[in-house]
Design a protein around this ligand. Sequence first.
Ligand code: 6CS
Length: 313
Amino acid sequence: TQWRLAIEEAPGSVQDAYAQEFARLVAERTDGAVSVTVYPYGALGTSDDITEQLRMGGLQFAMSSPGHLGKSIPELQALLLHFLFTDDEATNRAALADPEIRAAVEPLFPPLGLELMSILPEGWMVWTTKQPVRGPEDFAGIKTRTMTSPLLLATYDAFGANPQAMPYGEVYSALQLDMIDAQVNPLFAIEEMSFYEVTDYLVRAKPAPFLTTFLSNHDFLAGLAPELRATVDGIVADLEPFLAEHQRSVNEERLAEMLAAKPSLTVIELEPAEREAFRELAQPLRDVYLERAGQGGQEVLDALESAIERARG
Ligand code: 6CS
C-alpha cells in the first residue's frame, strides 16, 4: 500500500523533516506493508491546491497551514492571532498539547472532508524587509506579503503596513521585482526560499509562532482497519514533541547560514517597548476574528486562552 503525503515546503524544510520521520515510522511499524511518498511544495501546486487534493482523496495526508486554510475554516484563524501566545516556546507547546484545544479544534475539519492529526510549531514569524522596521510607523506604505487568510491581512493592515496575499511560491520574484517590500515567515523558510537575498533586514518581534496542521483525508482515516489506525495514531502521538526541538535548531542554523552568505543582512531585535506598540495594535484583531468566526470562533479562542493560562501557571 502506498500513501501520499504533500507538504507545503521544500525538501529539507521543517515540514519535510516531520514528513520523512512519519514516513520512516509508518514503514517500520507496518513492516514495510505501507510506504509513504512525500511530495514537496511545487510538485502538486500551492497550499490551497494541496488542501483541495486532500479533500478529494487524491492525497491521504497533507500539511495545511492555518495561514491559508483559515480562508475555508475561519475559526482556525485563532491560531494566527498576533501576540496571543506567550514569548516562550515551551509554554506555547504545552498550551497547544492541551486536550481542551484539541476538543475545540478537531470538529472544524470533518465538514470539509478532513481530519486533524496534529498542530505543529515551525518557529517564530520573522519580518524580512528592505527598510528597517522598529515601530508601526516604519511599516507605513510597506507592501508586505502575508499568507492568504483574511485575518493576517487585517493584522498587517492594523500594523500600518500595506498587506498583500499571495502564494508562497510567488514571494521571491515579487520581492525581486519590487512588487512587494517585505514578507513574513520563520527563519528556516527565509533561508530556503532565498527571501534574504532580496531583502536587507530580519526583524525579530516574536509576533506569533508559525503553526501548521497535519491533516488526513476524513474518509481514508475512517476506513482504516482498527489496527492500522492505531499504528497511525501512535506515530502521530510519538512525533508530537519532534518538531519542537528540531525547528529551534534548524531555525538558528539557517540564521547563521544567511548571515554567512550575506554579511550585510541586518538583524533587528525589537526592544520590549517596541514590541508593545505592535501588541497594542494587535488587540482589536480579536474582535475582527470573532466577527468572522462567530460562536464557534469564540469557543476556539476561549479554549486557546485558557490553555495558555494553564500552561503559564
Ligand atoms: O508562507 C507560506 O505560505 C508558507 N510558509 C511556510 C513556512 N510554510 C508553509 C506556508 O504555506
